[in-house]
Design a protein around this ligand. Structure first.
Ligand code: URA
Length: 245
């Protein structure tokens, strides 16, 4: 790590860039015991940074699971609608962004993070991370429809989309579960429309090997631990990426 001192302090949530510059110029910031008054001073990996005698922890990567309620958009800012980030009251809120997207009228598991590299992997088709959805549709689903969805349906843009797995959850209730390995725009709705079905409700319940917690009510969130973060990519074909094929 090599980072400007003002950036290090702002990313560590000591204050805004402007506020931390003031602190530095006021002479209350020490690097390895020495007062540093230059905001552009280069901070290295093992440097000890203190503000008014208290050690500052380096910025960290944050991974949050949110049970997205309907009505929120999967972006950081929106001129009209509340966003998923608006639901997260966390010191790192300003740096968080959603990994992939769920439609405004969809609900369920969504990850927010400040780790761009991780987000890129989860979204990348190379990793083929599984996404499992519970979907209510407007009519009974029969075996032929299930077969069409797993063998591939042609979308309006000509792309052939395949589900990795489709199961009937409730025949009368018109509820199915669907596992996909890509996250294209409106993928589930477009696939089901191509199979002659209309989506009435859509909920994501799994990403990789990470399941939506039973006790995480809509709008609630929590931080993931390292093992849970790793379990998201374990549900994909990571080896493929490592081998560069
Ligand atoms: N597919 C959709 O159509 N919508 C979503 O929100 C996610 C997958």
């Amino acid at each position: 790590m090599s980072l400007r001192l003002d950036k290090f302090l702002a990313s560590s949530k000591i204050g805004t860039r402007k506020e931390v510059k003031k602190l530095i110029k006021a002479g209350v910031v020490r690097v390895n015991g020495r007062i540093v008054k230059d905001p552009s001073f280069d901070v290295k990996e093992n440097d000890v940074i203190e503000v008014r005698g208290s050690k500052v922890e380096p910025p960290r990567k944050v991974y949050i699971i949110l049970n997205k309620p309907k009505g929120f958009v999967s972006s950081t800012k929106d001129p009209r609608d509340p966003t998923v980030v608006d639901l997260i009251d966390h010191p790192y809120s300003e740096d968080l962004f959603p990994v992939g997207r769920l439609d405004k009228d969809a609900e369920g598991l969504i990850i927010l993070t400040n780790d761009g590299e991780f987000a890129h992997k989860v979204i990348s088709p190379k990793y083929a991370v599984e996404r499992e959805y519970l979907v209510k549709v407007d009519r009974r689903v029969n075996e032929r429809i299930l077969r069409d969805l797993t063998s591939g349906v042609k979308l309006k843009d000509g792309h052939v989309a395949k589900a990795k797995e489709v199961k009937i959850v409730s025949e009368e209730g018109g509820e199915i579960s669907l596992v996909l390995t890509e996250g294209k725009y409106h993928e589930v709705k477009r696939m089901l429309s191509a199979a002659g079905l209309k989506v009435l409700s859509l909920k994501r319940i799994r990403l990789g090997n990470l399941k939506l917690d039973e006790n995480l009510s809509p709008g609630s969130w929590r931080e993931l631990d390292e093992r849970e973060v790793a379990s998201i990519l374990e549900g994909g074909s990571e080896e493929k990426d490592k081998n560069g094929t």
